[in-house]
Design a protein around this ligand. Sequence first.
Ligand SMILES: Cc1ncc(COP(=O)(O)O)c(C=O)c1O
Length: 400
Amino acid sequence: MSSAGPDFSALLARRTQRMQRSAIREILKVTEDPQIISFAGGLPNPSTFPVADVAESAAKVLREAGPTALQYSTTEGYRPLREFIARRYWEKRQLRVDPDEILITNGSQQGLDLLGKVLLDAGDQVLLERPAYLGAIQAFSAYEPQFTSVTLQDDGPDLAELEAALDQRKPKIFYAVPNFQNPSGLSYSAAKREAVGRLCAARSVVLVEDDPYAELRFRGEHLPTLKHHCPQGVLLGSFSKIVAPGLRMGWICAPRQLMDLMVTAKQGVDLHSNYFSQRVVHQHLVDHDLDAHIAMVRGLYGRQRDAMVAAIKRHFPASVKSSEPDGGMFLWVQLPEGVSVAALFKAAIARKVAFVPGAAFYVDVADDRHLRLNFSNSDEARIDEGMRRLGEAIRELQAG
Ligand SMILES: Cc1ncc(COP(=O)(O)O)c(C=O)c1O
């Protein structure tokens, strides 16, 4: 036996060959050095977490529900929490969702895995945006699909490409993040939402709409969900960005047939999501003003976004392009021709700044020109200093 322990290689499932560690988690290890200014993680700002309110809600649940709150429960999730989510979709988004079509999950990430479990066999086609959310690539990869991607333009997917890919590849899933996408920060226009919904509604494909950032909009009005235009679509949501991610509370809204299968699949995974956590989140939502809380988060992230956009203008060469998102937590940067992101990453780490190279978000093309910057978890002074160092590194690489 080697010091690495016994070797199980001959026993491993084939799917493990497709299971890659998140490039971001690997990068985050580099950034554990407290001197590094990191724009790499996708972390909400911990200063926004409602610590005292959650403590109060947890105490109240234990006081009032006692042992029931610590007992096993149903797989679908705590009914009043599902009703709260359905009511909020109606009040905030004018979307009708039946609480019976909502499954509470361990963050929306688990919803992605459950979808893969009930929909994908090895070799099935999955259509993604280009670039695409890394966590979805990871979740679906375990089910060994073939990935194809559609160009994401400033206002949503290239519709001609999408239509051709739907018709030629006949994917089982089209996975979309229409609001302030991770990694690009881009959002679909109203017209593209309608067109994407219409294209998918007319075909045999599951439109998976992952929407953790919609409520983090600093500018403009809410636009309709894709589900407004494609009622048979699946919609994923999360409390991670509007309350706190460590609670691991998300949900998936799906038509009955998929819902029933995902409930069965989830029983095999974890029986149900943490029931105490569901009760605490529900108590928190009932007793505290979620809208006021979200307004505070939006105000903070909006200022941080403005600081990053301004610092990029100040410190980066004009040939660098960057997105200017109206919400969310990320900004997407395109380097000028001839400047390699891989080289910039090394130069940046040497200057104690970190970001995520774009390559991690591509499944079918190589990329060495884009990078993702997170603005939600750094204050304005660190944002300015970080952009100054990055700008300096870009100029140095440009100069060769
Ligand atoms: C697009 C997208 N989907 C899903 C998730 C996972 O979130 P959760 O904490 O709800 O599992 C994230 C997290 O960053 C995300 O950006």
